[in-house]
Ligand binder design. Structure first.
Ligand code: PXP
Length: 241
């Protein structure tokens, strides 16, 4: 099978920074580390409530990411204008509800089809590859095709919550086959970890995965002992003077 792209979602680097409203950890620096480690692209979601990624992060990522930048955003006038200005490599349109902990479901393409079609047209005019984040549902895939986007991203959340239910994986496989047959590029993501990624990575039509939380969470433990040792050493150096 051909190489499957891994895009790293760096939102939660910004979550940690915003917990203190300081300048670190910096998502742009995180993007660089991910790229050096083999990421094929960088993903960030600028939410309406700005709970993690900020406007300045997106501006910096659009110009400083060395790999393609995938901007996740809601289908709003504010976000569409920003995308038209920054022209990221790719925009993934996602649903957004203020009170949600994370993106909880795919876009319902039956909802406000005019607004969606207009946004897709504007993004295309700006030369941006457009992807729609949808549930693995036949009707949604067919509607995505009608919108003439380049790609869909299949929401893997139900599979990740119920990996032992064969129907959750089957839904992803069938949606991927249908979409690819209609000429759509197939991406997938949400909730993927090293423990559940294999079955999704093995879907032949799936050319790109977007993964964030599990990687950032794992990185904390990979770096924690070194961070403690560095602090211990800094204190000991001061006391030895
Ligand atoms: N894809 C989309 C459209 C998302 O909204 C998210 C979460 O922001 C992800 C992928 C990544 O999900 P996770 O952080 O659970 O890996």
């Amino acid at each position: 099978m051909t190489h499957q792209r891994l895009y790293i979602n760096i939102d939660h680097v910004a979550t940690l920074r915003q917990a203190r409203r300081v300048s670190y950890p910096d998502p742009v620096m995180a993007a660089r580390v991910c790229e050096d480690a083999g990421a094929d692209g960088i993903t960030a979601h600028l939410r309406e409530d700005r709970r993690h990624i900020q406007d300045a992060d997106v501006v910096a990522l659009a110009s400083q990411a060395r790999t393609p930048f995938n901007l996740e955003m809601a289908c709003t006038e504010e976000m569409t204008r920003l995308a038209e200005r920054l022209r990221p490599h790719q925009v993934t349109l996602v649903p957004e509800r203020r009170e949600e902990v994370t993106t909880e479901g795919g876009l319902d393409l039956r909802h406000e089809p005019e607004r969606l079609a207009d946004t897709v047209r504007r993004l295309r005019r700006a030369g941006i590859r457009t992807s729609l984040f949808i549930d693995p549902d036949r009707a949604q895939v067919e509607l995505a095709r009608q919108l003439a986007v380049e790609a869909i991203e299949l929401h893997t959340g139900t599979y990740c919550a119920h990996p032992d239910d064969p129907q959750t994986l089957r839904a992803l496989q069938e949606a991927a086959t249908l979409a690819a047959g209609l000429g759509l590029a197939v991406h997938a993501g949400h909730g993927l970890t090293v423990f559940n990624v294999a079955a999704v990575a093995a879907i032949p039509e799936c050319e790109e995965l977007n993964i964030g939380h599990a990687i950032i969470a794992r990185a904390i433990f990979d770096g924690l002992s070194e961070a403690v040792r560095d602090m211990r050493a800094a204190m000991d150096r001061a006391r030895a003077r």
